[in-house]
Write a protein that binds this ligand. Structure first.
Ligand code: AQP
Length: 344
């Protein structure tokens, strides 16, 4: 099921494969969209992409089952509403494809305790969930490695926040290949040129997160225009009044980053546009531009979520395609480690 394209000599070449995922821990934020999903959409033309709603990762933090179920289906619809095309890309829900859990177990046995202990996300999440520091929270990087390696992904789009995970995936894959021959493609990082790093509107030292307890800290991509504008107006800035991107102006820098990302303007153009206008006018403009940018997604989401049968067809077909590719890798791995194949 590899997408192919003609190269300059007329031969058919395999497109590079990409894997990426997003957790169904809430409605995607503007950060998830500008930092990840918007680029997934753009990459569909050039690459052979597999995109997953990674619900198995989400349960490393305690989730309400009914809410997780709803959020998983909503996230799938949102991914499509953002422009992921289930005809072009493999768009699936992680728990539908059993190979993820199966390979993760094998990789757990090829990952060192020390490596997992150094993961900053484990340290952050265990600090936040001190009453539930479960083994899954500790070993989730092996599941993440399985997600990527199962598809023999050549590239993984990463932001600043996932460099460490991809490094570990590469280390695990190299270790396995070193023992058993070339089983896994070693994935390279793909740092999209246009990926914005969006910070919390209330604490610009932190990233914008969909599970932030304070809803004023994030813009969800389904927020109504009025709410988006209100959140931008309340965004923490500083006591200065000049709209420019500069050190020590984290709050304003964040709003400039957002405005530039949704309008396509450069930081200098943004500074010129708001020269002498003050923060009030600027924040209003940011809110309006974001609301307008997200409008087509809100509309498409409303249309898709009214058609659950269509969504079911898409994620079922996505799971079928994902299983077909990933099972080839899993079978190779099982053979290499010495598991007996049954005649089922
Ligand atoms: N603030 C952000 N700016 C840019 N990119 C971001 N991403 C997340 N937040 C920002 C990117 O979104 C993709 C999917 O992320 P995820 O849902 O799998 O996990 P996350 O990074 O932990 O995102 P959240 O929103 O912060 O979720 P919770 O609150 O559940 O932990 C990734 O590519 C990520 O880089």
């Amino acid at each position: 099921m590899c997408a192919t394209e003609q190269n300059t000599t007329g031969q058919t070449a395999r497109k590079k494969r990409i894997f990426s995922g997003i957790q169904p821990t809430g409605v995607f934020t503007l950060g998830n969209y500008l930092g990840a999903v918007k680029n997934w959409v753009a990459m569909q033309e050039e690459y052979d992409c597999a995109y997953s709603i990674v619900n198995m990762h989400a349960i490393t933090v305690r989730q309400d089952p009914a809410k997780l179920k709803k959020q998983t289906l909503d996230s799938y619809a949102l991914m499509l509403a953002c422009g992921v095309d289930p005809q072009k890309s493999i768009a699936f829900i992680q728990s539908h494809v059993r190979t993820h859990a199966e390979l993760a177990w094998v990789l757990d046995c090829y990952t060192q305790f020390g490596e997992l202990s150094r993961m900053t996300q484990f340290k952050d999440k265990s600090a936040k969930n001190a009453d539930n520091i479960n083994a899954g929270l500790f070993t989730y990087p092996s599941l993440m490695a399985a997600d990527i390696l199962l598809y023999q992904a050549d590239l993984v789009p990463i932001g600043e926040y996932q460099k460490q995970h991809l490094e570990l995936t590469r280390d695990i894959a190299n270790r396995f290949n070193g023992l058993y021959g070339n089983v896994f493609t070693i994935p390279d990082p793909l740092i999209p040129k246009a990926a914005a790093r969006v910070k919390s509107l209330q604490d610009p030292a932190k990233k914008m997160s969909k599970s932030d307890e304070n809803p004023n800290a994030y813009i969800s991509i389904l927020d109504e225009p009025g709410s988006i504008i209100k959140k931008c107006k309340r965004a923490v800035t500083d006591s200065d009044t000049v709209v420019c991107y500069a050190e020590g102006k984290d709050g304003v820098n964040n709003l400039i980053t957002i405005y530039a990302a949704v309008t396509g303007k450069s930081f200098e153009e943004v500074a010129r546009e708001f020269d002498g206008k003050g923060y009030g006018v600027f924040k209003q403009a940011v809110g309006e531009a974001v609301a307008e940018h997200l409008r087509p997604i809100r509309e498409e989401y409303a249309r898709l979520s009214a058609d659950p049968a269509y969504l079911e067809t898409c994620y079922t077909e996505g799971a079928r395609r994902a299983l077909s590719i990933s099972n080839r890798t899993l079978e190779k791995v099982y053979k290499k480690v010495g598991f007996v194949k049954p005649c089922l």
